[in-house]
Unconditional design. Structure first.
Length: 356
């Protein structure tokens, strides 16, 4: 049985680092030269940096941001907003320099590391880039959503949300923010204008087991067209949430594996990272699900955490960081047409990822 997302108090473990692909590490980018388009940016959960990664050659530079960075989001101005245990760091991705770090207004204890550390987890930007929304884990209690004015670079509001906010997503029109509470089996819908929260339970397996349950939500995407939220569970069930009515329906999935990160391709395919069987089931994989529900499941070597997709929709980049034991220091690069893959060194326990 793989380690899993159960309850606070478990250690993160030392992990393992399988041999990477033969691709050599990239040559560092010269100071003063802008970062090339298509470079990947990963949050180094096992360190205090973000790493810039050439998708063919590997790491080309890093920037210190704060302890145990988790999620990140990149705005149209080229600034990356990184959720760390200490605060949200702003990184100019063009010049590869940290330009700010904004402390949380919520007490989360000393800055720590590992799966249950306090501080920022999921993070997202408003469509116009004027706000950053970060889900902050408060060990032993409910999480909060902190709202950051990106121009003033300060926290302007906090909103109570569910426990351990793995993921934050924003409606395409910016009118609502969706916070996935892992340990509370829910999504909190936050009105962007009033900041009023509304809880929707998302528990297609029920809530039996409480904090000790494995069958919890992790990451969501906002489906184009109707604005519903898609939350995969266990490679068996896809929860489809109407954030307006609160209705939750369930569609069948086929990978039969514990699932974490999710992303959408430009043509609307859903990508879902499978970390491996909890007790019985299949190993790690990447599911590619069409808008009509047809699925292809591509095996992966070892657990992974999150996924991003190239702008042309042909390639997936799957982070090897993983929040539990079994992580490794790199990415798997997957050709979405045929499922062929290669490993690429990339930072230290990389979790969040974006394509610049």
């Amino acid at each position: 049985m793989l380690g899993g997302c159960t309850t606070a108090g478990a250690g993160s473990g030392a992990g393992r680092t399988p041999a990477a692909s033969p691709a050599p590490a990239g040559t560092p980018l010269p100071a003063g030269r802008p970062t090339p388009e298509g470079t990947l940016l990963v949050a180094d959960f096992g360190a205090d940096t973000v790493t810039f990664v050439d998708p063919l050659r590997g790491p080309v530079g890093s920037v210190a941001v704060g302890t145990a960075p988790y999620g990140l989001a990149v705005g149209p101005d080229g600034l990356a907003w990184v959720a760390t245990a200490e605060g949200v760091a702003a990184v100019d991705t063009r010049t590869r320099a940290r330009v700010a770090r904004i402390p949380y207004t919520t007490g989360t204890g000393p800055a720590g590391t590992g799966e249950y550390r306090g501080g920022g987890m999921g993070i997202a930007l408003s469509p116009d880039g004027s706000r950053a929304y970060v889900g902050v884990n408060v060990p032993g209690g409910r999480g909060v959503l902190e709202v950051i004015d990106t121009a003033a670079r300060r926290v302007t509001a906090t909103v109570p949300v569910g426990r351990r906010p793995f993921d934050v997503d924003v409606a395409r029109d910016g009118g609502e923010v969706y916070v996935t509470g892992h340990d509370s089996f829910d999504v909190t819908v936050v009105d962007a204008a009033t900041l009023a929260p509304r809880r929707i339970e998302v528990a297609p397996y029920g809530t039996e087991g409480g904090l000790g349950s494995w069958l919890k939500p992790h990451y969501a995407v906002v489906r184009p067209g109707d604005g519903r939220l898609l939350l995969p569970f266990e490679g068996e069930r896809l929860a489809v949430v109407d954030p307006r009515s609160g209705a939750v329906s369930v569609e069948r999935m086929t990978a039969d594996t514990h699932q974490h990160g999710a992303a959408l391709t430009p043509d609307g395919r859903l990508l879902v990272v499978g970390t491996g069987a909890v007790e019985e089931g299949e190993g790690p994989s990447l599911t590619v699900r069409s808008p009509g529900g047809e699925e292809r499941v591509y095996p992966l070597d070892g657990p992974h955490e999150d996924v991003a997709v190239s702008r042309d929709g042909r390639t997936a980049y799957v982070t090897g960081g993983y929040t539990r034991d079994g992580y490794w220091n790199g990415l798997t690069v997957v050709d979405l047409a045929d499922g062929t893959s290669r490993r690429l060194p990339a930072g230290t326990r990389p979790l969040g990822i974006a394509v610049l």
